[in-house]
Design a protein around this ligand. Structure first.
Ligand code: SF4
Length: 231
């Protein structure tokens, strides 16, 4: 399928699937694109999608970006997910350089001096590398998470990485996510219960108090609002 055909298919499918359920979108995605993967951060949205995927297509590849800088609670959530879903390998994707090598090459606390460079090394490049193996990917982004995500389609052509992108819960609210977690007894990161609605690396995530924007705790004090994984 050439680029023109892909973009035409994506536009048609985005219209057709706009009112489909998340499960219907996932079922279509894994059937139409067997060479698909899901990028899991172990945040609330992503544990929902893991739960759905293991019911719909338990052999679909799932990976996570291990920046080496996650909260211990995030790693513990990963370990609990591995126990809950023993058939899912949860492929660990790592940066090309260790934290020590990063300090040697760029100095200490790069997340303070140049967060974009740090995210590029520890998230964007590893993601770029793994996505070259696939022709479609699934993410847990939602439109109401941030203005930068407000126009996300449930199916779109990802021009940044050159593959088709499915956002099955793009239209969900926070309440929808937590209803699913409760109704299906899904494992989740306990930091969510401690004023962390959005969880990234430990160095770049702070608690968010009631009334604040849910993503106010990410790169707080900087203009940066996204790590560069989603346009
Ligand atoms: S979120 Fe912060 S620590 Fe993590 S990769 Fe980006 S800048 Fe670095």
């Amino acid at each position: 399928m050439n680029l023109f055909e892909k973009e035409a298919l994506v536009q048609q499918k985005a219209v057709e699937l706009e009112n489909a359920t998340a499960e219907e979108i996932l079922a279509y995605a894994v059937e139409a694109f067997p060479n698909i993967t899901f990028a899991c951060s172990f945040g609330a949205e992503d544990v929902v999608l893991v739960d759905m995927l293991q019911k719909i297509s338990p052999t679909t590849d799932i990976f996570y970006l291990d920046t080496d800088f996650h909260f211990k609670e995030t790693y513990e959530t990963r370990d609990r997910m591995v126990e809950r879903y023993p058939g899912i390998p949860f492929v660990r994707v790592q940066p090309e350089i260790t934290p020590e090598e990063q300090v040697e090459q760029f100095g200490p606390e790069l997340w303070k001096s140049d967060a974009n460079q740090c995210c590029n090394i520890r998230k964007v490049q590893p993601l770029t590398n793994i996505l070259t193996k696939y022709n479609a990917w699934i993410t847990g982004i939602r439109r109401d998470q941030a203005p930068t995500r407000a126009n996300a389609k449930k199916v779109e052509y990802d021009t940044k990485f050159g593959l088709i992108k499915f956002n099955p819960i793009a239209g969900w609210t926070t309440e929808d996510v937590w209803n699913y977690i409760r109704e299906n007894d899904v494992i989740y990161n306990p930091l969510h219960d401690n004023y962390y609605p959005s969880i990234g690396c430990e160095y770049c995530t702070r608690q968010v108090m009631p009334g604040e924007d849910p993503r106010a705790g990410r790169w707080s004090g900087q203009e940066k609002t996204e790590c560069g994984l989603h346009k």
